[in-house]
Ligand binder design. Structure first.
Ligand SMILES: [Mn+2]
Length: 459
């Protein structure tokens, strides 16, 4: 849950754009000015098309001209934002990475993108890393991102050939490397789902002096247990010590009723030896084994026909007490924020809907959208926390504040709750009573950021 009432470093849209794109190196200051204008327009209407966002035709042409410049690349557009995120102050931060696939439905086809076959779309992936303040769940920004094009493996390819080329699993480690070591004495904890579980990505994390919480994917791999014997990972889990239990409320899902799950938490530790077959990087980096703690969360007494929840998490964080183990689980649970980010850029910014004829344009635009998405996510999580806060009662704020939260029942309008700042407040029809209207699937529009923050401070 996001904690509200903390000092939020939120500013108005225009000021935010200034900050995030100020130091972009596009080789000409006028290009940076134009980029900021495009960014402001995009924030004003996130799921509109480029011609809709940039109302007059000369502005639209200017956008395409900008995206066509060879200096305006994915990295050049987003790097200034990444740098700012990475210079965060002292604290404990979660760096949550994940990969998003793009299935672009193109009207005018982009020649450089080749179709990879069913399930892979055109093979384009955005791998990005969100920095979250672990003490309050606030989204700090994107610490780094990269674009990757999946290639279909040749059937005749050997393991060594596969390890020698760029693989989808490698991007996890590459991004850790791009982000680098923590700044300002802060603690950085990389949080990966099963896609990021590899010895190679762990090597990158160790070399950059970061911590990790990674969900284990390969339970059959060989590891050294506490006694130093080489056994299957799944066997070491049997030696784990039970630390305690807690109850988890689960929402209903398709074909699954809502339930309260009883979760047992246990922990152990193990050593991962370097795999026999590994990439040239892993061989050359000199790390032969990595010690790691393990936290296991298991659902007991699950109802019939329901697959019980089971997480096996590797971590460098201490897990000696129940509280410490719970901290690791809590850190992993913050992954919902990157899922939310994915929805924001896909449904909220309609990133797959833009019709661009060249790959250069598309890559630069994804760079821009990936930064704008951060802003929308920040506003969305704050808005959500305010609306769902149990402390808010009808009485807790008067008429002016009620006027700043309005809802619309048209889910088609946009997936994300649109956050309108003061300047566009006149576009909203305000519903007087938000609490009778809080329904699942309702969209909320929050207007007047200063007032919103004011409410947040009261929660
Ligand atoms: Mn994933």
């Amino acid at each position: 849950m996001l904690h509200t009432g903390v000092a939020m470093r939120l500013v108005e849209n225009d000021e935010w754009v200034e900050q995030q794109f100020e130091d972009c190196d596009l080789n000409h200051s006028m290009r940076t000015v134009r980029l900021k204008k495009v960014a402001r327009n995009m924030l004003g209407d996130p799921n509109g098309s480029l011609p809709k966002q940039n109302c007059n035709w000369s502005d639209v042409k200017a956008v395409y001209r900008l995206l066509d410049r060879e200096e305006v690349t994915f990295d050049a557009v987003a790097e200034c934002h990444w740098r700012q995120t990475r210079s965060i102050g002292k604290g404990r931060y979660l760096l949550i990475s994940d990969t998003t696939d793009f299935n672009k439905r193109q009207r005018g086809r982009i020649e450089e993108i080749t179709r990879q076959g069913p399930g892979i779309g055109n093979g384009m992936q955005l791998h990005s890393c969100l920095a979250i303040d672990s003490t309050n769940g606030l989204v700090q920004g994107m610490a780094g991102a990269l674009l990757h094009y999946r290639k279909r493996a040749r059937k005749s390819e050997t393991t060594m050939q596969r390890l020698g080329r760029t693989r989808a699993s490698q991007i996890w480690g590459d991004l850790v490397q791009q982000i680098g070591p923590p700044t300002n004495d802060s603690q950085w904890i990389h949080v990966f789902d099963r896609g990021g579980d590899s010895f190679e990505s762990l090597c990158h994390i160790v070399l950059n002096e970061c911590d990790w919480v990674i969900r284990v994917a390969k339970l059959h791999r060989l590891v050294k247990n506490a006694a130093g014997e080489l056994v299957k990972l799944s066997e070491t889990l049997e030696e784990a010590v039970e630390m305690g239990s807690y109850e988890l409320d689960l929402r209903s899902r398709p074909r699954q009723a809502a339930r309260t799950a009883k979760m047992i938490v246990s922990s152990t530790s193990m050593t991962l030896p370097r795999p026999k077959c590994c990439s040239p990087f892993t061989k050359d980096c000199g790390i032969r084994a990595i010690e790691t703690n393990v936290v296991i969360v298991e659902e007991v007494d699950a109802p019939k026909g329901v697959k019980p929840i089971r997480w096996v998490l590797m971590t460098s964080l201490p897990v000696k007490t129940f509280e410490q183990a719970c901290q690791v689980i809590e850190d992993y649970e913050y992954r919902w924020l990157i899922e939310e980010y994915r929805k924001v850029i896909k449904s909220g910014c309609k990133i797959e809907g833009h019709s661009l004829r060249t790959l250069g344009r598309l890559e630069a635009l994804i760079g821009l959208v990936s930064v704008i998405g951060v802003r929308l996510l920040q506003l969305k999580t704050i808005g959500k926390a305010i609306i769902s806060s149990p402390d808010i009662t009808k009485k807790s704020f008067g008429q002016p504040e009620i006027n700043c939260i309005a809802c619309t029942k048209s889910p088609a309008a946009s997936f994300i709750p649109t956050i309108f700042l003061k300047s566009s407040a006149k576009r909203i029809t305000v519903s007087g009573n938000i609490f009778d209207a809080v329904l699942p699937g309702t969209l909320y529009k929050i207007i007047g950021l200063d007032v919103t923050l004011d409410i947040a401070a009261k929660c």
